[in-house]
Write a protein that binds this ligand. Structure first.
Ligand SMILES: *Cc1c(COP(=O)(O)O)cnc(C)c1O
Length: 384
């Protein structure tokens, strides 16, 4: 008997509840007719994993349902998703408008890479419709927004921005990573595309780096074709983890948001804390908009201490429960002195020039009990 398996002996996926991990680079055909049928679009077979993989498809379907999208596409990271959208929609002389306070590397792509390719980048000082109105007309192809923004959690008026973009035939792209589709679905408010760093709340366990874009079939199909060329796909192992994360997204984010609101209230009442940025607090400049747009206020609480920014270093070192680590959105709480973690290369002055407060502490709430996190913060603040 041959040691090599015959074609017709190969195992097919059983009726597995969890999606099997199709850990394969390529897919086989029964014969030339089958191959031809595939190329003729007559079968739903797969071809080569750079063009698609069933494990990814399972996760993409689930994400599309949550985003209220026709379809979703996974990427190797959030940055792969952001950069691919930009490359797909922009060309030399086209303009993109991005907010002053945006995820640092999104802005870096816009100001670095895009500018190098002849794209014009507008960064209005205020993230308001009035400042959009003040821009000169013409050639604006993309309007980009984040909800909430990082790190002071501003909530732009997504509905008005969508109208503004539509009038100018610009595509409106919303990065809603910090809200996650559990709290805000950009497509329901007029966005053309919703972008996610899946690494954060959707993955949810700090064990996968991934990104996603959701939207209409036409625009995502073009991105899918581009992805097959550029190769920024997510591997099937990671896609499996994304699908698993999606199962509990809503539960996690609801619980995390409940705890975060209580922590924000605790911090706001604490004498050593000079400012708290949390959209669930009435003191937040966009609180009304947050109530209007979001199902809950999310898991990130940013705050500043009284005294100099060295106190922020002391506090993040003194805390015993949250890990000191970049990123957010996992089951364990994470804390950082934001400029020290995310702007080490350009320093405090460079970060301040970009509008990031020097002493800002960003606290990403996890699934621990509120009382445990509160007492830890209380102890840490007492030591300052
Ligand atoms: C983390 C993050 C990104 C980048 O995602 P990666 O998965 O780290 O590449 C983009 N936008 C926002 C708002 C983020 O928080």
């Amino acid at each position: 008997m041959s040691k090599n398996m015959r074609r017709d002996e190969r195992n097919q996926a059983k009726k597995s509840l969890a999606p099997p991990i199709f850990q394969t680079a390529t897919f086989t055909f029964d014969g030339s007719d089958d191959l031809e049928a595939y190329h003729g679009g007559e079968t739903d077979a797969f071809f080569y994993t750079r063009y698609g993989n069933p494990t990814n498809e399972a996760a993409e379907r689930k994400l599309a349902l949550l985003e209220g999208a026709e379809t979703s596409l996974l990427y190797a990271s959030g940055m792969a998703a952001v950069s691919s959208v930009f490359l797909s929609l922009l060309a030399p002389n086209a303009r993109i408008v991005i907010p002053q306070e945006s995820y640092r590397h999104t802005r870096d792509i816009a100001e670095g890479l895009l500018t190098r390719y002849g794209v014009r980048v507008d960064i209005p000082a205020e993230n308001t419709v009035e400042s959009l109105e003040a821009l000169s007309d013409g050639q604006i192809r993309v309007l980009f927004a984040e909800i909430p923004s990082n790190p002071t959690l501003r909530i732009p008026d997504i509905g008005q921005m969508a109208e503004w973009a539509q009038k100018r035939r610009a595509r409106f792209i919303v990065d809603s990573t910090i809200a996650s589709p559990a709290l805000f679905r950009p497509l329901e408010h007029g966005a053309d595309l919703a972008v996610q760093s899946v690494t954060k709340y959707i993955g949810g366990h700090n064990d996968v780096v991934a990104g996603a874009v959701s939207g209409g079939l036409d625009i995502i199909d073009a991105l899918r074709e581009q992805q097959a060329l550029l190769g920024s796909i997510l591997g099937p192992q990671e896609a499996f983890l994304v699908e698993r994360g999606l199962k509990t997204l809503e539960l996690r984010v609801r619980r995390i948001s409940d705890t975060a609101l209580k922590l924000a209230e605790f911090l706001e009442g604490h004498p050593r804390v000079s400012q708290v940025y949390y959209p669930g607090l009435e003191s937040h400049p966009d609180h009304q908009r947050a109530v209007q747009y979001m199902a809950a206020f999310g898991g990130i609480v940013s705050f500043e201490l009284d005294g100099n920014h060295g106190k922020a270093d002391e506090l993040v070192s003194a805390l015993q429960i949250p890990v000191l680590a970049p990123g957010f959105g996992g089951t364990e709480s994470q804390v950082e002195h934001h400029v020290k973690m995310a702007y080490a290369d350009i320093g405090i002055q460079g970060a301040e020039n970009r509008g990031v407060p020097a002493g800002l502490i960003r606290y990403s709430v996890g699934l621990e009990d509120f009382e445990v996190l509160r007492d830890d913060l209380g102890e840490g603040l007492k030591k300052l």
